[in-house]
Design a binder for this molecule. Structure first.
Ligand SMILES: [Fe+2]
Length: 368
């Protein structure tokens, strides 16, 4: 199954031309039937698949290439060099996390393990043997609140030596990804019958994190090797540019497992636990895993022939609801018969609770 690609261009043009800050009943008039239909398509695909492919004219394939080129060069550096950017005393909140540190939730969550056993065999995720075999780099993006109950550790961003373009490349990719997420969040809100700014207003000053991963396919290029075990993301929405190596599987709402193919120049968005909370489970957090598949092996062969890097880089950004904002079912979702499963909770407290499950409290933005 191929996911549809939603082009954000017509919505962006409409949002520039006319004010869309009106009540939902007037929005249909302002947007016209085509754009209203496009917004419904965004919310429908997010609900049914937990993922969405978009094309944003402001985020080009060249931007993605520039970011991945730099991250490949970084991950290819010697281990001793990369460990200079490791900050375990800061719970890896900034800088690099070596492979073997992150633990997929399915390895420690017994309830999840029971659910996995009940799945039809062909849809079961890969069997896990231990921590994820991927490196990650954490870079905070965007302004943070001056007054908050959830002060992030006052740690300086970590910039590796010999990468003069690091800050610019990270910030520019990060801001572009946040802009794309904001448009999708607006369109999704409209599609769900909520005012356009419902989600984006909660995202303001959120602890957004650019957190690219690097997986060494030269060392771990055997089919079936798991780089990120079956899990959901605890944040609001996650976005990535196209990776040079395929390998992401997602689970649709109907339980079916699907390998995602991201076309060149497109971005992939995935639903996290916070959007599930805000919609009382109308849209659930998408389960996913990353592993070496037969398509990854083909891409490895081609990259070797062309003498390209064999590090699989994901250009991931986790967009969050602001830590001091409340997570609770919004608008008509508050009337949902299952709304009580999603009691009001501060987003910052929610993140801490989720992290406690896998014993990584204090590590904002952790990827569960
Ligand atoms: Fe994830």
């Amino acid at each position: 199954m191929d996911l549809p690609v939603i082009d954000l261009t017509p919505y962006l043009a409409a949002a520039n031309e006319r004010s869309l800050d009106v009540v939902p009943s007037m929005l249909t008039d302002r947007l016209g039937p085509e754009l209203t239909g496009l917004c419904s398509e965004v919310s429908r695909v997010l609900k049914e698949t937990g993922a969405l492919l978009v094309k944003d004219p402001r985020c080009t394939a060249e931007d993605n290439d520039r970011f991945i080129d730099m991250m490949e060069r970084y991950f290819e550096s010697p281990v001793e060099f990369k460990l200079l950017q490791e900050r375990p005393n800061l719970h890896y909140q900034v800088g690099v996390t070596p492979e073997g540190v992150e633990i997929p939730r399915s390895l420690v969550d017994e309830e999840m393990q029971e659910k996995l056993k009940a799945m039809p065999r062909e849809f079961q995720p890969a069997t896990l043997v231990g921590p994820d075999r991927k490196w990650r780099y954490m870079w905070r993006v965007g302004p943070r609140p001056l007054n908050t109950q959830f002060q992030e550790l006052n740690s300086e961003p970590v910039i590796p030596e010999g990468f003069p373009q690091w800050k610019d490349t990270m910030d520019s990719w990060g801001y572009k990804m946040i802009s794309a997420i904001e448009v999708v969040a607006e369109m999704a809100a409209i599609g769900f019958g909520l005012p356009k700014g419902t989600f984006t207003s909660l995202m303001k000053q959120g602890p957004h994190l650019l957190a690219p991963t690097g997986s060494d396919l030269r060392r771990y290029g055997q089919e079936g090797t798991v780089f990120a075990g079956y899990h959901y993301d605890l944040n609001f929405l996650t976005i990535h540019g196209r990776s040079r190596f395929p390998g992401l599987n997602i689970w649709l709402r109907n339980g079916e497992k699907v390998e995602v193919k991201v076309p060149i120049g497109c971005l992939l968005i995935q639903t996290g636990k916070q959007i599930e909370w805000l919609t009382a489970g109308d849209c659930i957090a998408g389960m996913h895993e990353v592993l070496v598949t037969n398509r990854t092996i083909e891409a490895i062969k081609l990259a070797s022939e062309q003498n390209r890097s064999l590090w699989r880089v994901s250009s991931t950004l986790f967009a969050h609801v602001a830590s001091d904002a409340m997570l609770k079912p919004l608008g008509h979702f508050a009337e949902s018969p299952v709304a009580s499963k999603y009691p009001p909770i501060c987003a910052g407290e929610f993140v801490e609770q989720e992290l406690a499950v896998i014993n990584l409290k204090g590590r904002q933005g952790e990827h569960l």
